[in-house]
Ligand binder design. Sequence first.
Ligand SMILES: C=C(O[C@@H]1C=C(C(=O)O)C=C[C@H]1N)C(=O)O
Ligand SMILES: Cc1ncc(COP(=O)(O)O)c(C=O)c1O
Length: 271
Amino acid sequence: MDSWVDGQPADALSLKDRGLAYGDGLFETIAVHDGFPVLLDRHLVRLAKGCRRLAINLDHAAVVSEVLTYAEQLNDGVLKLIITRGDSLRGYAFDPSAQARRILTGNPPAVYPQAHAEQGIRLFPCTTRLSFQPLLAGLKHLNRLEQVMARAEWQDTEHAEGLMLDQAGRVIEGVFSNVFLVHDGVLITADLSSCGVEGVMRAELLSQAESLGIPLQITDITLEQLQGADEVFVCNSVYGVWPVRAYAALSWPVGPLTRKLQTIARALLDA
Ligand SMILES: C=C(O[C@@H]1C=C(C(=O)O)C=C[C@H]1N)C(=O)O
Ligand SMILES: Cc1ncc(COP(=O)(O)O)c(C=O)c1O
């Protein structure tokens, strides 16, 4: 399917785009099923938060309308929405009144081995660490070099994802996922106030778990806590939930809470 820029079919972008020059923008990767963008409200909430934090002027009504129309035409697949601050000639300074550029691309459904969801995955121990930046933490901004470097650390198919730590050695997230662990019936995920992306699926699973009365904790996670976990899983808005079986010398069984949340995520992606 053709890409769109500001609501019009396009296959080229200005060389002055600040997304290209500085990574000055945000993105959302949205699963589309039967013509509907899955978890759209949560994607829009994160996008709006990013725009406020970066002082990006975005026509949010145009985004909603374009995403809905584009998703209808894509029908099934993965829609990527990229927002950039638009053009500037040179230098970091920007025109605070400039309207953001809206870019939409469509991709076929992501295909992963069934075994990832069924039997669980092995996480690669990435040595690339996430840097602390509370101003950008949580946002899905366009500066993703840490993830690019981390993903280049393994080429084998034995590892489906990699685990990333922060500068202090705390467990933060996967390269393209968020991470959860279960300990004594408590569902635990990393505090992302210094680094990491606040995933849409993470937010949805936290909210679903709260409705189910499952005790939750959003906190710092050490490798020792990871080692002592009863269950570990990763999630994102495209594949849902993958149980984690192993990380370096550590291993876990695929547990009941992981399966429960995986079923919920699958139902949302297939609704
Ligand atoms: C990096 C992108 O998106 C992330 C990756 C995936 C995925 O590969 O499953 C899914 C959603 C995002 N967290 C991207 O370029 O779209
Ligand atoms: C670094 C990082 N963390 C977490 C996620 C999961 O986010 P979501 O659930 O919104 O797909 C992603 C997906 O792009 C990511 O790139």
